[in-house]
Design a protein around this ligand. Structure first.
Ligand SMILES: Nc1ncnc2c1ncn2[C@@H]1O[C@H](COP(=O)(O)OP(=O)(O)O)[C@@H](O)[C@H]1O
Ligand SMILES: [Mg+2]
Length: 275
């Protein structure tokens, strides 16, 4: 992967960065369904961390639990040393942890500008709102072109930009991104991820991004975790993860080839060999 050396450099710039988010033994249930089964995840200050996993792995549940949308049954979520589990979502956002939800969830009948202004409710101060708005328009010129259009009229990619822009208007210290590539073309996915990287570099915002698109996520983030059925099955720097045979095989495009040669049963066995 051509960007691998950059990731290594980035990781070496902050070898002793403080832990900004610490998720410990997190367990979340929906009635009788145990969606998260004791998950541990750390995000260091200024880093991009990705959580990869197939549909149903528990990625959205993890982010929603961190963001206070769902309360955990067990475990803890600490942000900059303070427990935030059990807080309401608006209190979590005010503390600096802002979620860009799965499927964007823009307000369809509000204009682009009004959607962006909805992000400002969680700000500590009203100062510099206009400067921040201009900065968001600088990152996403297409939002400026459509400033007065209804959010619901934007394309999927533009709605993702709007959802990220709205989150940035809250001045997050930690941005939680739920599958930003969902439903987007490879080109738009790359565009979104390059802006995610810029936000991280220019604002020093820490980012936790969950994805099914392992290739783009691993080439953007510093560290990664892999979740299957509510558990973390592998963790490490993205460089380490990309070198693992299991990751190459099941997350970077080798799975189909493997299925053809060995059949589903062999594939199932191989899935159990995380190392
Ligand atoms: N509202 C819900 N009620 C019951 N089960 C749910 C609900 N939302 C998600 N689940 C279940 O929790 C598990 C994790 O789902 P989710 O967090 O959405 O995974 P992902 O985001 O990785 O696709 C799945 O088994 C899913 O069916
Ligand atoms: Mg999801």
């Amino acid at each position: 992967m051509s960007t691998a050396p950059n990731i290594t450099q980035q990781a070496n710039v902050h070898p002793a960065a403080a832990t900004v988010l610490s998720v410990k033994n997190l367990e979340t249930w929906y009635g009788p369904v145990n969606a998260i089964k004791g998950v541990n995840i750390d995000v260091r200050e200024g880093h991009i961390v990705t959580v990869l996993g197939a549909n149903g792995a528990g990625k959205t549940t993890l982010l929603n639990t961190i963001a206070g949308v769902i309360d955990p049954f067990k475990g803890s979520v600490e942000f900059r040393g303070k427990a935030i589990h059990g807080l309401d979502p608006d209190a979590v956002a005010r503390a600096g942890v802002v979620l860009v939800p799965e499927g964007r969830q823009v307000f369809p009948f509000l204009s682009v500008r009004e959607n962006l202004m909805m992000g400002t409710f969680a700000r500590a101060s009203r100062d510099a709102v206009d400067a921040d708005l201009q900065r968001v328009f600088g990152w996403f010129p297409r939002l400026l072109e459509r400033e007065n259009q209804h959010g619901g009229l934007l394309s999927g990619g533009e709605q993702q930009m709007l959802a990220i822009g709205r989150a940035l208007m809250a001045r997050p210290r930690l941005l939680l991104l739920d599958e930003p590539s969902l439903g987007l073309s490879p080109l738009l996915t790359r565009e979104i991820f390059s802006i995610v990287k810029r936000i991280n570099t220019e604002l020093r915002t820490s980012i936790l991004v969950v994805e099914q698109n392992a290739a783009i996520a691993l080439s953007t983030a510093d560290d990664g975790y892999i979740m299957e059925l509510g558990r973390v099955v592998a963790a490490g720097s993205c460089t380490e993860l990309m070198a693992k045979d299991d990751v190459k095989e099941f997350y970077l495009g080798g799975a189909a080839r493997h299925l053809r040669s060995d059949g589903p049963q062999q594939r199932w066995k191989r899935r159990k060999t995380w190392r």
